[in-house]
Design a protein around this ligand. Structure first.
Ligand code: HEC
Length: 147
């Protein structure tokens, strides 16, 4: 009996994890894809690429905070939980290689605190954040491309 109950629990948990990924993907389509495009590749000169890039931001605390304070995220019509789920999914799906070792996922509480203070000047903040990441991690050679 215990084995059956355990199997059931594992199946339930696995299903919940899948459902979250699906919900994140749907939320991306509804709330982000219009600007960021289907593969998070961005739009040269207008919207920065998140694909093969967003993970770099996790190399500093400022960068981590910037990812949530950027207006497209902070002001999205999504709950704190949905944003945490969406950002974690996005980073792991499109920029896992750039993540620092031991990346700790965003939590809803962290999102709530950060989005309360949206970035007023994202272009300026982005440049400062990327310069900080490059200075702290000389090996990374993150090139601040113009958004
Ligand atoms: C109306 C267009 C638009 C929408 C919708 C939008 N974004 Fe953005 N996003 C931008 C632009 C433009 C930038 C560059 C910074 C700025 O000007 O805000 C950006 C920057 C970002 C960044 C910082 C990346 C970097 O390299 O600077 C992240 C992360 C991000 N967006 C995630 C999202 C997510 C997640 C969503 C959906 C919840 C979303 N955005 C919705 C246009 C948009």
């Amino acid at each position: 009996m215990a084995v059956i109950r355990l199997t059931l629990l594992v199946l339930l948990l696995a299903n919940a994890a899948l459902a979250d990924d699906r919900r994140a993907a749907v939320n991306y389509m509804l709330h982000c894809q219009g600007c960021h495009l289907p593969e998070a590749e961005g739009f040269e000169g207008k919207v920065p690429p998140m694909k093969d890039f967003a993970g770099y931001f996790l190399h500093t605390q400022d960068g981590r905070e910037f990812l949530i304070r950027v207006p497209g995220v902070a002001r999205a019509a999504l709950s704190d939980e949905e944003i945490a789920e969406l950002m974690n999914w996005l980073l792991l799906s499109y920029s896992a290689e750039q993540l620092p070792p031991g990346f700790s996922p965003f939590t809803p509480a962290e999102v709530r605190a950060l989005r309360a203070i949206p970035e007023q000047n994202p272009e300026l903040a982005r440049r400062a954040v990327l310069a900080g990441i490059a200075a702290e991690n000389p090996g990374l050679s993150v090139q601040p491309d113009e958004p």
